[in-house]
Design a protein around this ligand. Structure first.
Ligand code: 13P
Length: 261
C-alpha cells in the first residue's frame, strides 16, 4: 500500500519568524498521525530554521522541502541554490516543475528532467509537478500534455528511482482558483498517469510511485479526494498557510489509511 503524503507549498509567503511560529503551532497538531508523510515547503530563507525547529522539538516525522533548486552543483548562477546546499541544510525533498515555475520562469521539460535527475543523485526526493492548462483541457489535450511532461520530465530514470519519487498532478486551472477538480476527474488523470509510468518504466514502479493531487485542496474537499484509489495525498497551497487548516487536510489523508486497512 502506498503511504499518503501531504505537502504544504507556501509559495512566497511567510518570513522567517512567521515560518517558525507556524511550525511550532502546526507540528503538535499532527504529532499523533503516524500513517501520513507530512512535508512543509517554505521559502528558501526559512528552510534551515524549520529543519532545526522540528528536530529540536522532536517532530522528526515532518520533512522539509524546497520549492526550487538549480541542477548544477555550484558555479556562477547568481541567485540560485544547489541541491547539495539544500541537502547540507537537512532538506529532504524538492518541488520540481511547479506550473508557476513553468509559466512565470520559463522552465522546460528538459530543464525539469535535469533537476529531477540531479535531485535523485543528491539523495533528495523530487516532487515532480505536472498539469494541463484550461485551454489544453478544453481542446482535449490533457493526456497528450501530461504524457509529454512525464515522458520528458522523467526520461532516463530507472524503475527503482521512479518508485521512490513523488508525482504531483496539479491542473493549472485549479491552482489558486477555488475550482478544485472533482475527485473522479482527478482520479481518472492519476490512473492515466500511472498507466504512463507503467508503460515507460514498469508496473511495479507505477504501483509504488505516489501521485498526489494539488489545486484548491481545502479541509472541506480533502477527505473526498482522498477516498479515490489513485490519489495518494495532496500538495496544498493557500489552505496550507493556516496551521489548523493544513492539519485538517493531513487528518483527512490519515483517514485514507484507516479505511484501506
Ligand atoms: P492552491 O492550493 O492555492 O490552489 O495551490 C496549489 C498549488 O499550487 C500547490 O503547489
Amino acid at each position: 500500500m502506498r503511504r499518503p503524503l501531504v505537502a504544504a507549498n507556501w509559495k512566497m509567503h511567510k518570513n522567517l519568524k512567521e515560518a517558525v511560529a507556524y511550525t511550532r503551532q502546526f507540528a503538535p497538531l499532527v504529532a499523533n498521525l503516524s500513517e501520513v508523510d507530512v512535508v512543509l515547503a517554505p521559502p528558501f530563507l526559512a528552510l534551515p530554521a524549520l529543519v532545526d525547529t522540528l528536530k529540536r522539538e522532536g517532530h522528526t516525522r515532518i520533512q522539509v522541502a524546497a520549492q526550487h533548486s538549480h541542477a548544477e552543483r555550484h558555479g556562477a548562477f547568481t541567485g540560485e541554490v544547489s541541491l547539495g546546499m539544500l541537502r547540507a541544510s537537512g532538506v529532504k525533498l524538492v518541488l520540481v516543475g511547479h506550473s508557476e515555475r513553468r509559466r512565470l520562469f520559463h522552465e522546460t521539460d528538459t530543464g525539469i528532467n535535469e533537476k529531477t535527475r540531479a535531485a535523485i543523485a543528491e539523495g533528495i526526493i523530487p516532487i515532480v509537478c505536472v498539469g494541463e492548462t484550461l485551454e489544453e483541457r478544453e481542446s482535449n489535450k490533457t493526456f497528450e500534455v501530461l504524457k509529454r511532461q512525464i515522458r520528458l520530465g522523467l526520461a532516463g530514470l530507472s524503475p527503482d528511482q521512479v518508485a521512490a519519487i513523488i508525482v504531483a498532478y496539479e491542473p493549472v486551472w485549479a491552482i489558486g482558483t477555488g475550482h478544485v477538480a472533482t475527485p473522479k476527474q482527478a482520479n481518472t488523470v492519476h490512473t492515466r498517469l500511472r498507466q504512463q509510468l507503467s508503460a515507460q518504466f514498469s508496473l511495479e514502479a507505477a504501483q509504488a510511485c505516489r501521485i498526489i493531487y494539488g489545486g484548491s485542496v481545502k479541509p472541506s474537499n480533502a477527505a473526498e479526494l482522498m477516498t479515490e484509489p489513485d490519489i495518494d495525498g495532496a500538495l496544498v497551497g493557500g489552505a496550507s498557510l493556516e496551521p489548523a487548516s493544513f492539519a485538517e487536510i493531513v487528518l483527512a489523508s490519515q483517514q485514507k489509511t484507516i479505511e484501506d486497512v
